[in-house]
Design a protein around this ligand. Structure first.
Ligand code: G6P
Length: 493
């Protein structure tokens, strides 16, 4: 095989993180394990079929890891220094864009130092992609950490076909316009041929930002960009007018792998064990989230505590299990959230718990997928109460797991998943009374209604899995590839 350093790839994925975790094997030597995310599962077959490579950060500061292969994937690390992690990842990505794009639930920090680092690191990713993409290859850039890459890459490599997918919401212009670098971000994204969003509304917000900032026409999800220097489109992106398509492609999960896990006897036994360990309550409610202020964990706890206070739920036969996996722990807002959530858990348990039963069973850990599936199977009611969420894959994971057509999903209308999972109990998590009503409806729902709703939900998730998502996106991108005759005509002009 050719040295990976010299290889060129027809299909390149660019994401902040590589889809692997560093592990230590039994004999103590370091190795890599593919992370269980849906994205890599969906893209693995595409990468194998198309000679693909994945560019991303290993998750460790100052990591000099060379390009390598694991599990048949070509992985190309981008080295980030401790200061770049602080300013680009914790700073601009997670303390500016993340809160801004989630409707300013937390106050974004607008720091010029963060911005400068974001530009520099985006350039590193763009250069890495430009160096390994084959002639006229396809590059698919992922998510809000890398919004400048499409334009930078187009300037370096005009021959490439470039896609971008935004995994988080795109805010309304009234909020987006706060960003001091709003023009640069939109110009960065417009370097792509196809820009994918989770919801129709996100694509609409983006197109409105394009119209407001650049006064270019955007009918039917197509942005018609004039040639460079014309009108209010002053950059050097292209000598020719270009069309950029922006539309929604709701992401999903690898649903089959969940179905396979539920079929395993050890996973079912574990679900029964969890119920038993919790004291065989009549109702187990479950929340599973990264510990993030967008997830509405506080609202969920408030509604649950009020139901206990009013005697409508009782800790002797109900428990709320909250898995909150550690996330972005060096960012101040996340530190403050952890303190607040843990204080609330202590208060609610102190107030309503008994020697035998806690009101909230709170776990600040991540768990392997087998354990998550066992928890989903054990849970009668799944609470997804996000204040804003691009999609929320946990909602889809719960549904895929419930092959028994049982369980009730309470789902925030502010999660992208609400556009598809209409047979869930949809809630506005800010409306605590409404949330309480939905929780009680879930607890008391008849078996027949649970079955009818879950069947419809499962049909949607099983027929719209992550493989279909990536195929839809890549098919749409392939259609935008200029034909030979169009290239010849452009060259002749
Ligand atoms: C969200 C983002 C992803 C990100 C993930 C975990 O789902 O859309 O891009 O990778 O959160 O966050 P982290 O900061 O740990 O990568």
């Amino acid at each position: 095989m050719a040295d990976i350093e010299d290889e060129r790839f027809d299909f390149v994925v660019v994401a902040n993180r590589l889809p692997v975790d560093r592990i230590t094997t039994h004999d103590g030597s370091p190795s890599w394990k593919t992370s269980p995310g849906g994205l890599v599962t969906a893209l693995e077959p595409v990468m194998r079929a198309n000679d693909g490579a994945w560019i991303g950060w290993t998750g460790t500061a100052d990591d000099d890891q060379d390009a390598f292969e694991t599990g048949g994937l070509h992985l190309v690390p981008v080295r980030l220094s401790a200061s770049e992690i602080e300013l680009y990842y914790e700073g601009f990505s997670n303390d500016t864009i993340w809160p801004l794009y989630h409707d300013v639930i937390a106050q974004p920090t607008y720091s010029r130092r963060f911005w400068e680092a974001y530009v520099e690191v985006n350039r590193k990713f763009a250069e890495a992609a430009a160096a390994i993409a084959a002639d006229a290859g396809t590059v698919w850039v992922q998510d809000y950490q890398l919004q400048l890459v499409p334009r930078m890459l187009r300037e370096l490599r005009p021959d490439l076909v470039i896609g971008f997918f935004n995994h988080i919401p795109f805010p309304a212009y009234g909020l987006f316009s706060q960003l001091p670098w709003r023009r640069e971000i939109v110009e960065g994204l417009l370097g792509a041929d196809l820009i994918g969003f989770q919801r129709r509304a996100d694509a609409g917000n983006f197109l409105r930002a394009v119209r407001r900032l650049f006064h270019v026409p955007t009918g039917h999800g197509r942005v018609e960009l004039p040639a460079a220097g014309e009108g209010r489109w002053p950059n050097s992106m292209s000598d020719q007018p270009r069309t950029v398509v922006a539309r929604h492609f709701p992401i999903s999960i690898d649903a089959r792998s969940y179905v396979e896990l539920v079929e395993r006897q050890d996973v079912r036994d574990r679900a029964a064990q969890i119920r038993h360990d919790l004291g065989n309550p009549s109702t187990i409610m479950l929340g599973v989230d990264r510990l993030d202020y967008t997830k509405g964990i506080r609202h969920r706890f408030a509604a649950y505590a009020e139901l206990l206070a009013e005697g409508k739920l009782d800790v002797d036969d109900t428990v709320l299990v909250q898995i909150a996996s550690p996330s972005r722990e060096r960012v101040e807002t996340y530190k403050a959230l952890r303190d607040e959530i843990e204080l609330t858990v202590g208060r609610v348990n102190g107030e309503y718990g008994t020697i035998a039963h806690s009101a909230i069973n709170y776990l600040h850990h991540g768990y392997p997928r087998e354990e998550m599936v066992a928890l989903f199977l054990a849970a009668d009611v799944m609470l997804v109460t996000a204040l804003r969420d691009g999609m929320n894959l946990v909602a889809k994971e719960y549904v895929a797991t419930r092959a028994d057509d049982d369980g009730v999903l309470v789902l925030s209308e502010f999660a992208g998943a609400a556009d598809e999972l209409k047979q869930a109990l949809l809630v506005n998590p800010h409306d605590i009374e409404g949330l309480k009503r939905a929780m009680l409806t879930a607890v008391h729902m008849s078996r027949q209604e649970r079955r009818t709703r879950m069947r419809a939900l499962r049909h949607r998730v099983l027929t719209h899995d992550v493989e279909r998502w990536s195929k839809d996106f890549l098919d749409a991108l392939a259609q935008l590839r200029p034909t030979e005759s169009a290239k010849a005509a452009a060259a002749a002009e």
